[in-house]
Design a protein around this ligand. Structure first.
Ligand SMILES: Nc1ncnc2c1ncn2[C@@H]1O[C@H](COP(=O)(O)OP(=O)(O)OP(=O)(O)O)[C@@H](O)[C@H]1O
Ligand SMILES: [Mg+2]
Length: 385
């Protein structure tokens, strides 16, 4: 039985004028660590509040552990919650902050001490129990918020951008600690983040939301390599989109004609695709999957010929490097294709060190791009909001 199940859940505010969640159906298995991603205002926090019973849905059903949430009273809806704007009480010590929820719930002193100490030990703050919040670093404050959520002893934990205030280096270390902690306690967790890398690095699953709806829910690799829409491909990772039209459409391949009289090349299609001959389409390539091939003889080793036979499946288009930007281990290239399209590529700066601004090159596109039907509103699909 899934741990959390939502059936056609909607939530509106201001007499229906603001739609925060729009017909969300979702199932989360016991023990899964799920990340919730989406533009600001798309309804992430509201969704978590609905599942934790802090807000009531306008319509739909929420089941937690198979039980209808609306039938539970507030004390029974025990979900640990680390809020986006976490409130640590400044006049209370670390211990008192963690114990506060337990005091409110009427536990006896001995139990409170045991649970709060255990929670603080789990986040490695046992040595700071008597410190006041002003004496703590930001990561330590985040840990207090986490310990407070763990102290609820709920098997479900919600984290609304818990690492948001940490600096990037500490954040990268802390995220792995967080995953270990969640897995060792056997929790089912949902975390909101704006950091895609964090979601891919430690999440079992990722949900991408937009305008109150769930666009896609799956494993990180699936979302990255098989995004279901242009929006997801654009929001999640960096993608070059090429416009064109298709011909010779078969069950698993077609010819793609780059627009503005650009060259054409053969690409593979997924079985069951809906493309028809002579319609407009969009293909997508991750920026790290675009190959750059030097064409100038003097750039190659003596005696080495340009051998495209080695890469028989690579479709090539002429291009010119407009910018080559050194970003440490990687180099980002901005390239004007012969038909006027602009694309980007990102590769190890060491291996492509000889490709420079102004160079004429061949750009290699593999035969397995993401393929999308041309959307009704291309601008909306390519916006990140
Ligand atoms: N209590 C409320 N009253 C009125 N409108 C609300 C309320 N809570 C949320 N909203 C609105 O619902 C929508 C979704 O808000 P929500 O806070 O869930 O978004 P979010 O995805 O968490 O955004 P962010 O990434 O900025 O935290 C927004 O338009 C927001 O203004
Ligand atoms: Mg939010």
């Amino acid at each position: 039985m899934p741990k959390i199940e939502l059936l056609h859940v909607s939530k509106t505010f201001d007499e229906g004028k603001v739609v925060a969640n729009d017909d969300v159906t979702l199932s989360i298995e016991d023990g899964a660590f799920v990340f919730l991603l989406g533009p600001s205002g798309c309804g992430k926090t509201t969704l978590l509040k609905l599942i934790s019973g802090l807000e009531t849905p306008t319509s739909g059903t929420i089941l937690v552990g198979g039980i209808d949430l609306s039938k539970l009273n507030p004390e029974e809806r025990s979900i640990g919650f680390v809020f986006q704007h976490f409130e640590i009480f400044p006049a209370m010590t670390v211990f008192e902050n963690v114990a506060y929820g337990l005091v409110v719930r009427g536990y006896d002193d001995e139990t409170i001490e045991k649970i709060a100490e255990e929670a603080l030990r789990l986040v490695s703050l046992e040595g700071r129990m008597l410190a006041y919040p002003k004496e703590l670093s930001t990561p330590e404050l985040q840990k207090v918020g986490l310990a407070r959520a763990i102290a609820t002893r709920s098997k479900i934990l919600f984290l609304d951008e818990p690492l948001g205030k940490l600096d990037p280096k500490i954040r990268k270390v802390f995220r792995h600690e967080l995953r270990r902690l969640i897995k060792s306690l056997g929790l089912t967790a949902i975390q909101v983040t704006h950091d895609q890398e964090e979601a891919m690095a430690i999440g079992d699953q990722i949900i991408v939301m937009r305008q109150g709806k769930i666009l896609q829910h799956g494993k990180p690799e699936d979302l990255y390599y098989r995004p279901g829409s242009i929006f997801v491909a654009n929001f999640f990772g960096e993608t070059n989109f090429l416009e064109g039209f298709v011909s010779g459409v078969g069950p698993d391949s077609c010819v793609f004609h780059l627009h503005l009289g650009g060259p054409k090349f053969e690409i593979k299609l997924q079985h069951g695709h809906q493309l028809k001959n002579h319609v407009q389409a969009i293909i997508g390539y991750r920026i790290e999957d675009v190959e750059l091939i030097q064409t100038k003889q003097e750039e190659r080793e003596p005696g080495e010929e340009l051998d495209l036979e080695e890469k028989p499946r690579l479709n090539t288009v002429k291009g010119r490097v407009r910018e080559a930007i050194f970003i440490g281990p990687m180099k980002r290239f901005i390239i004007d294709l012969e038909n006027g399209d602009e694309i980007q590529a990102k590769h190890s700066s060491k291996f492509l060190i000889d490709i420079r601004e102004g160079d004429e090159i061949l750009v290699g596109f593999h035969e397995n791009p993401m393929v999308f039907e041309y959307p009704k509103d291309i601008r909306a699909e390519l916006s990140k909001a």
